[in-house]
Structures are given as C-alpha cells and as structure tokens.
Design a protein around this ligand. Structure first.
Ligand SMILES: [Zn+2]
Length: 442
C-alpha cells in the first residue's frame, strides 16, 4: 500500500496490468499467507480445518483450495450464533476492529461484518481503483447517493472518491428534491447510486421542472442492485441522465468484488484481492470459462472477517480475454446474471421465497400451496419490484378475511408491500420436486 497513487494517468494501481503469470504467483503467495493467518486467528475456520485434518501447509497450488468446504451464509450465521454478538469467524482482536457493518436480510438477524483499519484502507483503495478506471479524477464533484446508514456502499463511496481527491458530498439516499437541487447548484459531475434511486431521481427532477440531462453529471457508478447489468435499465438511466453508467458489484460480506472500467465490457474482478472460482451450483465443481456458474470468493488480503470459499449465490460467466483498457484482471461478462437461490429485491429489501413460504404456511386457512407472481402490479416501468404478489389457495374451512390476514402477515414479516389473490383449492400446479414458486411476467 506504500506505492504512490495514482500509478499513472490511466491506472490507479500497477497491479491492474500485471501479466497473468505474475498475478497468479501473487495470488498463491497471498493465499498461503491468508490461510495461515485465518487458521491461527479464526476459531470458526480452525475448527473446520481440524475436522478435515487439514493444515495450511497442505496448500501448494491454487487448486488445492478445493480441499476446503465452501462457506455459505448459514455457516456465517452459525459462527455468529456460536459466540454472539461478534462470532467465532472473527480473526482479529476486537480492540483492533474499528468498524462493523451489518448484513441485511429478512430471513436472519443482521450479522456483523467487522473491519480493521487496514481492511478499510484496502477497501477504499480498491473502490478508488474502480472510480479511477471509470474516469473519475480529483477535479470531479462527487455526490454519494448510496445510503449512509446501515448500508456498506455509502461510506465505501465516500472513502474512495475522497482518496482520489474529488470534492465529495455525503448526500445519502433521502430527500430526493434536495439531491436534485444539489446536483444543479454545486455542479455535481459524478454520483454513485442504486439503479432504482437513479431512476427515481429522473422522475423527481421532472416533477421539479428540471431535467437531469442538463446537469453536469457524466458518470454514475451503480451498485446494490443488479440493474446495471440489465441492458434496459442501464439504458433508461443513461438516457435519463445523459451520463455513462457503470456496474459496481460487491456484497456486504465481500466488498468490493468487480466493476466496469470505462470500456463497459464486463466487470473486472479485483483478482489481487479476491480469488474467484466459478462453480456448478449442484456439484460445486469448477465450470469452464464462458459457462454460467456460481461465483465463490476467497479473500486474499483481509484481517477482521476473512472469507474462505464464500458462496455468493450469484450466477456469473468468467471472461478471461484481454480488455481494450489494458487491464489483465478477468471480467464477468454481462455482470451478475441472477441469483442461484432466486432471492428477490423489493425496493432494496432482500426477500427470499422461503420466507414467503414460511408466512403462507404459518397462516391458518390455506392449503399451503402458493405462487409468487411478479407482474406489472408489483413492479415499476423500469422493471424494479415494488412489492410481492402472492397467489394462494384457500383451504375449504378458510376464514372470510384470509386475504387481509395474509396481506398483513406478509407485510409484517417481509417489510414489503403485498398483494394477495386467493384462489380455489386445487387450482395451483403441484410438483413433487423443486416446486416452481415464482412466475415472472415482467
Ligand atoms: Zn477494462
């Protein structure tokens, strides 16, 4: 971290253009050091290794990592519950932890994700690399439209654009009219936002008699939702702002993961920070480049809450071909293609079909059969979900107010708007294996 930033007019960090052989050697060296550290300092991982009879010295190649099991969200939650509130996964002494962010989600209590100062410095340096690769420079006026409360992206955006030397406005994602006025009054040139908020502000500006196409905003980093990898949504935002929109991909637990450079030709993985595997969701074996699979990540450089073989659940396609920008880090073609577990995002709230099922089956008066319907009644014109529609079968003895009961129960459990259609018993299709619970009509 002692090298000067930026490295050149084009690249923030010399590592971005390392030859693949040099990058692979760096990954192996870091992986050995990281797993040795994790083994010595995290009770969660040490117990896993002990159970397998595995020692860090057993790792001689990158492929040897596959001797270890993948880590899923449920494992992380278990580790937290084993030693609340911080958990057995924590690998740094608590007095060296300087920040905690929390995972969102409706199926489990928010889980803590801790950061040391070194973790924060590394994070903001990588985020700065992202913004710099998209053309942001110190002459920019940056307005951070990511939420600054309970959301990891806001502080990440502020730290990184500050590092570049841009003039930064910690605006957050509230008070939409003031956001628009600030964009015009202070000559904002770059923003980061969720795709849904970027779309929302186009409409807010119109309502104020303004047009964001007349602003100076030239660059939008989009994150927190998959919108930037959906061509129709990206187009809507780029036209509405007359600006270039770039996908920025990360998760609470693994931050950052990948982002688009100015070429907008797939997101570059941060390969000197995150070792990526693309696995078949059923067999957990690697798939060839060009084939969709689940992205599984291992931190190469993380102190407080390092992840080993983290199952992101995101379906991606790896593209190892050289990018016109000159960077050598592999790209995710088309960004994130979807979630392997069908998680839905409703106005920024994660909704799992399993949580819907729980409500249906806990509410007396249904047969337990249901279908989640995604159509125009629960989405906006850009295709973002604004609620959940549930088609559910009534039981023969159902109470007359079943619709109201279910609507209220869904809203209480999921914190999203719910539209309930009650149908007669036996109407919904039955399957004996992996029922199709989601009907997409958008
Ligand atoms: Zn590139």
């Amino acid at each position: 971290m002692s090298e000067a930033r930026p490295h050149s007019d084009r690249y923030w960090d010399a590592r971005e253009t390392w030859p693949r052989e040099k990058l692979a050697a760096h990954q192996l060296e870091r992986l050995k050091a990281q797993l040795t550290y994790v083994h010595a300092n995290s009770r969660f991982y040490r117990q896993r290794h002990k159970h397998l009879g595995w020692n860090p010295g057993d790792l001689n190649t990158l492929d040897d990592l596959r001797a270890l099991p993948v880590t899923r969200k449920a494992n992380y939650v278990d580790a937290v519950n084993d030693a609340p509130p911080w958990g057995t996964q924590l690998a740094a002494p608590l007095d060296s932890v300087v920040r905690v962010h929390f995972s969102s989600g409706t199926t489990a209590k928010p889980a803590p994700d801790c950061w040391t100062q070194k973790d924060l410095d590394r994070w903001s340096d990588l985020y700065a690399r992202m913004a710099y690769s998209q053309g942001v420079r110190k002459s920019d006026v940056f307005q951070c439209l990511f939420s600054l409360s309970w959301f990891v992206g806001g502080l990440g955006g502020m730290g990184s654009y500050t590092k570049i030397g841009a003039l930064c406005i910690p605006a957050g994602s509230v008070d939409s009219e003031r956001q628009v006025r600030t964009i015009f009054d202070y000559g904002t040139t770059a923003v980061c936002a969720t795709p849904s908020f970027a779309v929302h502000l186009i409409e807010v500006a119109r309502g104020m008699g303004l047009d964001l196409r007349d602003s100076k905003v030239a660059r939008i980093a989009l994150g927190g939702e998959p919108g930037a990898s959906i061509p129709a949504t990206r187009g809507l935002i780029e036209r509405g702002w007359n600006a270039k929109a770039y996908d920025a991909y990360g998760s609470l637990e693994f931050q950052p993961i990948a982002w688009e450079c100015a070429e907008k030709a797939g997101s570059h993985l941060a390969e000197d920070f995150a070792l990526a595997e693309i696995l078949d969701p059923a067999t957990e074996q690697p798939v060839p480049d060009g084939t969709p699979g689940v992205l599984v990540l291992t931190h190469l450089d993380k102190e407080a809450c390092p992840l080993v073989r983290w199952w992101t659940g995101d379906v991606v396609v790896r593209d190892p071909s050289p990018c016109a920008c000159g960077r050598t880090h592999a790209r995710l073609a088309g960004g994130v293609r979807g979630r392997s577990d069908d998680m839905l995002i409703v106005r920024g709230v994660n909704v799992f079909p399993s949580a819907v099922e729980e409500v249906v089956r806990a509410t007396p008066g249904t047969t337990g059969e249901y279908l989640i319907v995604l159509d125009k009644d629960v989405s906006d014109h850009a295709g973002f979900l604004t609620g959940i529609k549930l088609r559910v079968e009534r039981a023969p003895d159902a109470p007359s107010n079943l619709t109201v009961r279910l609507t209220d129960a869904l809203r209480a459990a999921l914190q999203v708007r719910a539209v309930v259609e009650v149908v007669e018993p036996g109407v919904l299709p039955r399957t004996t294996h992996k029922a199709k619970r989601i009907l997409r009509e958008i």
